[in-house]
Write a protein that binds this ligand. Structure first.
Ligand code: NDP
Ligand SMILES: CC(C)CCC[C@@H](C)[C@H]1CC[C@H]2C3=C(CC[C@]12C)[C@@]1(C)CCC(=O)[C@@H](C)[C@@H]1CC3
Length: 333
């Protein structure tokens, strides 16, 4: 939504793009400055799949800013997607066609892997990395006298059945994406109950189906120009569902809409969907999420436990490398 935020009359707006790849980050910054030359756009290196990177990035943010008004939690992956072509064609001629096109349900699975920290990659990238960031940034997100907003990019693919409180990382199943997105819906709910009193609010969005790097990964046999050729057909599908937003501009509708709302007026149980009508009008629609406070509290407690574990491991590693450095300097003397 960066471009859309800058198109608004937002004098004094300072953007900070937290990205894992600094070359791509520089390119994004240059593109923003080309259209908005006076904009203030800073960059920060952060890889949400790495505990050390998130913690280091948060330290840097705290040095640079003493207050954050909005935190967009957008980074996300669908690891090694497998697209079931047969199920897709079967679904097209069934009564579930609209649900399938809106959620991708029944036609997608993924093969996840484990990060260097020993955590499931989809869980770490899509959920736990963001959770650690929020926890680290608490001092500049929670302040008496003003409000801050967390804005998650979740998905219509988030599904209760893909998530298990006994396996929050989804080590066992084949829907880590759906599980991590459902977990973000739960987490947003519980964050509101825990942090609203301190002025911190959390909302969840779904951008709809957008043609991005993530989509290219699902059908690698379709190069970008095929998607461009398919555009008229995909736009026609809007007659069946308004979730085919297709472009990043349309997909950012709900992210931008939330920026303009008073956080106290938002519904913590709603997911805010970006939608595009068949006449190409963009709008935001809240839809009730299938979440309950009890499950979200369980998830929160498990995330806190995991946080303690990873912090302990990180301290251990830091001590080890300090010792190694100490002994190598002692040896060279
Ligand atoms: N496309 C769609 O139809 C839908 C997308 N979404 C969600 O929207 C969000 C954006 O995805 P989308 O733009 O579609 O997909 P892309 O793959 O095009 O973009 C994903 C973005 O996340 C960043 N990212 C991925 N992993 C990390 C990481 N470990 N650390 C930091 N940044 C990371 C990528 O950075 P880099 O540039 O370095 O790759 C990239 O900017 C995701 O959360 C996705 O789940 C939700 C519903 C539908
Ligand atoms: C080639 C075609 C004419 C149509 C494309 C078929 C599928 C590749 C798409 C149809 C619905 C899409 C969809 C997603 C991915 C691509 C489709 C399955 C998502 C699962 C992408 C990630 C999300 O978070 C969901 C909200 C999307 C739901 C719809």
């Amino acid at each position: 939504p960066k471009k859309r935020l800058l198109s608004r009359d937002t004098e004094g707006l300072q953007l900070c793009l937290a990205c894992r790849n600094m070359q791509r980050a520089q390119a994004a910054r240059s593109a923003l400055l080309a259209s908005h030359p006076t904009a203030r756009v800073a960059l920060l290196q952060m890889d949400t799949s790495s505990v050390a990177s998130v913690v280091a990035a948060a330290q840097e943010v705290k040095l640079r800013y003493n207050r954050l008004d909005y935190l967009y939690l957008n980074a996300g992956i669908m690891p090694n997607p497998q697209f079931d072509v047969r199920a897709f064609f079967k679904g097209l001629f069934s009564s579930r066609v609209v649900t399938m096109l809106e959620t991708g349900e029944g036609i997608l699975t993924q093969k996840d892997c484990v990060t260097a920290d020993g955590l499931q990659e989809a869980f770490m990238t899509n959920l736990f990395g963001h959770f650690l960031l929020i926890r680290e940034l608490e001092p500049i997100l929670c302040h008496a006298g003003w409000t801050s907003q967390l804005i998650w990019t979740s998905s219509g693919n988030a599904h209760r059945l893909a998530f298990d409180t006994e396996d929050i990382q989804h080590r066992r199943g084949n829907q880590p994406y759906s599980s991590s997105k459902y977990a973000s819906d739960l987490l947003s709910l519980v964050l509101n109950t825990r942090y609203n009193k301190q002025g911190l609010y959390s909302s969840v969005t779904c951008p709809g189906f957008v043609i991005t790097g993530l989509t290219y990964g699902i059908l690698p046999c379709f190069p970008a120009f095929i998607w461009t050729l398919l555009m008229p057909l995909l736009c026609l599908i809007r007659m069946l569902t308004n979730t085919f937003t297709l472009t990043p501009y349309n997909g950012a509708e709900a992210l931008f809409w939330l920026f303009k709302q008073k956080p106290e007026s938002l519904d913590p149980q709603a997911k805010y969907h970006s939608l595009t009508s068949w006449l190409s009008n963009n709008y935001t629609q809240p839809r009730k999420m299938d979440v309950d406070l009890e499950t979200s509290e369980v998830l929160f407690e498990k995330l806190l436990q995991l946080e303690t574990e990873v912090r302990r491991k990180m301290k251990g590693k830091q001590k080890e490398s300090q010792l190694a450095r100490h002994s190598s300097t002692a040896g060279s003397r």
